[in-house]
Write a protein that binds this ligand. Structure first.
Ligand SMILES: Nc1ncnc2c1ncn2[C@@H]1O[C@H](COP(=O)(O)OP(=O)(O)OP(=O)(O)O)[C@@H](O)[C@H]1O
Length: 267
């Protein structure tokens, strides 16, 4: 497998503090790669740089072999590199279906001239977007909430909709940042099953920050461990759990096998 994403020697400084320190890692196409590490390890900062929310201080980020560091999120979005994003407050009154339909950029209807003079094109485009949103709803099996205002959904259902939004464009790699946080076990199972299906059936690659070791164990191989801004180890979860240095850095020496929920917070 070729790497779809390559992070080479990437650093990010905030004033005199180095949050990410010459990190290098690869995410293989077709993998579900996990990123774990104690609080403050630099995981979110690294994600922010990959997703275009924060420019690196130095280093190179390659997506499908092309440099992307410094590109804006919408430019990456267009290439199929997406990060799930929360449903904006102003969209909470819109239904789940409408929220999905808001995703694709550059809709003809956004432009008034288009809307007035090319009404047919707009209607055709909207019909296609609606069809796709309905497919997404079917795939995720969330038909029972399709007409509910998004603001009425539970935290876990919102995460499913956020995942669904990545399906409105043809995502190649999706960055997931702590999807398990605050989600009940039943819905978490649904979310995990959908991630597995998107990976197996639609070829999505996932890069996942997660504190929930059960979820990491179920989904991720390989797992990258970060500590103090650096990549410390990459391997299967079993290999990582057997690594005394990782256990010490991450868990302060306590056994890792039983770390089921938000282990990083207790580090
Ligand atoms: N904008 C910023 N300005 C200054 N320091 C920052 C900024 N963003 C992050 N940091 C610092 O960088 C370090 C890494 O933070 P980051 O959020 O990337 O860690 P993390 O591994 O994602 O932690 P967590 O698991 O708690 O989310 C922390 O010490 C944090 O305080």
């Amino acid at each position: 497998m070729a790497p779809i994403l390559e992070i080479r020697d990437v650093s990010r400084r905030f004033g005199g503090f180095t949050a990410v320190d010459r990190c290098s890692l690869s995410v293989e196409a077709g993998s579900i790669t996990g990123l774990i590490g104690p609080n403050g390890a630099g995981k979110s900062t690294l994600f922010n740089m990959v997703a275009g929310n924060l420019p690196p201080s130095s280093g190179t980020i390659l997506f499908e072999g092309r440099e992307i560091q410094g590109l804006r999120p919408h430019e990456l979005f267009g290439r199929g590199l997406l990060r799930t994003f929360q449903i904006a407050h102003e969209f909470s009154r819109l239904s789940v279906l409408e929220n999905l339909m808001m995703v694709p950029g550059g809709q003809p209807g956004e432009n008034l001239v288009d809307a007035w003079f090319r009404g047919r094109k707009v209607r055709e485009f909207e019909a296609k977007v609606r069809e796709r949103a309905e497919d997404v709803i079917d795939f995720l099996k969330i038909g029972h909430v399709a007409r509910e205002p998004a603001g009425n959904l539970s935290g876990g259902q919102k995460k499913l909709v956020e995942l669904g939004r990545t399906m409105m464009v043809d995502a190649k790699i999706v960055l997931l940042d702590e999807i398990a946080a605050g989600v009940n076990r039943t819905l978490l199972n649904d979310i995990a099953a959908n991630i597995e299906r998107l990976n197996a059936e639609r070829g999505y690659t996932f890069f996942v920050i997660e504190h929930d070791m059960d979820l990491i164990g179920r989904l991720c191989d390989p797992v990258v461990v970060m500590a103090a801004g650096e990549v410390m180890r990459t391997g299967s979860l079993a290999e990582i759990q057997a690594d005394a240095a990782v256990v010490e850095a991450y868990f302060g020496g306590s056994p890792m096998g039983h770390a089921t929920t938000r282990a990083g917070n207790s580090a």
